[in-house]
Design a protein around this ligand. Structure first.
Ligand SMILES: *Cc1c(COP(=O)(O)O)cnc(C)c1O
Length: 392
């Protein structure tokens, strides 16, 4: 078969039709599957016969979702999880053991940081945090017992870019597991497997769902590490529900269309903010004033749907700006059709001390926009009026 494009794979990867000849994917809400004979049951349990046995292990809806994402990320294997955090957690605990060391970028999703800082140490796994954009720091942090590199790019919430080529080569030459949280970019904009990533982590809750309705996650990557994660999940039970898998697989059909518009709207919002006198600084990976513009251009086909900015007036202004927004939602999610504004210092990253926040450039007036799919003029009008209204 000829190699198909992203959009076609996203729409046409579908489980085999049943005798009903349904056009769209049906939903298999069943916890278990039956065996025709005792022997078939025995074969399914031993693994000699391939097939569905129990929905904690596999389900047609979950399999379709994983297969689609696997093809889009161009990976060997994949497994779905109940949430993005289950994917992050399992990718670490299924592959690390007491005595191991992990190097992670410091500016990552708050709960991922909590796992590395507070849960892994109790299991005897130590860590070092580095600045995502400082290649020297990554290199210096690797020790004799380092097993894994964990990175988010663009990073959360300050949208810094990791040099995937550098990290991929470093991990290969030192025999490290290279794990990338690709939630912000999605496989439509960036494919970490092309840089040698062993594991690609997704919170499907974000752009993959795209409408803020269900939680879900996935671990994609090379056969051996993904198999370990799968074995772990099928026993400890953080499997994705068939219903959520059905929603997410359906959502992926429009991922490319939605990302194109998210990126278009976000770049317009970034330009508006950059020209605004009440804004100190704008961070958007495909703007020429972005610190790592060349790298971001190389790694991501578009700039993404998130925009960061520092508004004048610090924490108080940040809060009054959020309160003055009418259209934007104040909520913890991102990657939704609805535009969202977040003040990380007081919400998503509030568990970090002020010093830790500043070390990863989360300043008191930093606002992160998840630019949605409403008309871009309405999004900008809302930001404009809130900047005026919140003026000191
Ligand atoms: C939201 C998010 C997660 C966690 O995903 P959930 O689905 O909320 O559990 C992990 N990484 C990143 C970058 C995220 O934005």
């Amino acid at each position: 078969m000829e190699k198909r494009h992203f959009e076609t794979i996203a729409i046409r990867t579908q489980m085999e039709r049943t005798a009903q000849k349904e056009h769209s994917t049906p939903l298999y809400l069943t916890s278990s599957f039956t065996f025709d004979t005792a022997e078939e049951g025995a074969g399914l349990f031993s693994g000699e016969i391939e097939g569905n046995l129990y929905s904690r292990f596999s389900n047609p809806n979950t399999d379709e979702f994983v297969e689609k994402l696997r093809l889009l990320e161009q990976c060997e294997a994949g497994v779905a999880t109940a949430s993005g955090m289950a994917a992050v957690y399992i990718s670490m605990v299924a592959l690390l053991k007491t005595g191991d060391h992990i190097v992670a970028s410091s500016a990552i999703f708050g709960n991922s940081r909590h796992i590395i800082s507070s849960i892994l140490p109790d299991m005897g796994v130590t860590h070092t945090y580095v600045d995502v954009d400082e290649n020297d720091q990554w290199e210096e942090a690797v020790r004799h017992n380092t097993k894994m590199i964990f990175v988010e790019t663009p990073s959360n919430p300050t949208l810094k870019t990791a040099d995937l080529t550098f990290l991929g080569e470093m991990c290969k030459s030192r025999g490290l597991i290279f794990s990338v949280d690709n939630c912000f970019a999605t496989p439509y904009l960036q494919q970490p497997s092309q840089y040698g990533a062993d594991l690609i982590i997704h919170s499907a809750t974000k752009y993959i769902d795209g409408q803020g309705r269900v939680l879900g996650g996935a671990i994609l990557g090379k056969e051996a590490p993904v198999k370990k994660c799968y074995d772990f999940i099928r026993r400890m039970g953080a499997s994705l529900s068939p219903f959520n898998a059905w929603v997410l697989s359906k959502s992926i059909e429009t991922l490319a269309l939605r990302m194109d518009r998210h990126c278009y709207n976000a770049s317009k919002v970034a330009s508006f903010l950059a020209d605004h006198p009440e804004v100190e600084q704008v961070i958007y990976p495909h703007r020429e004033d972005y610190a790592q513009y060349d790298l971001a251009k190389k790694q991501m086909s578009q700039g993404g749907g998130l925009v960061g900015c520092e508004i004048k007036g610090g924490a108080e202004r940040g809060a009054s700006f959020l309160n003055a927004l009418n259209l934007h939602s104040l909520t913890a999610n991102l990657g939704d059709a609805r535009s969202i504004a977040t003040h990380p210092a007081s919400t998503t990253h509030s568990k970090m001390s002020l010093e830790e926040q500043l070390a990863v450039d989360i300043t008191s007036g930093f606002i992160r926009f998840s630019v949605g799919l409403e008309h871009v003029d309405d999004i900008i009008t809302d930001i404009d009026q809130a900047l005026k209204k919140s003026k000191r």
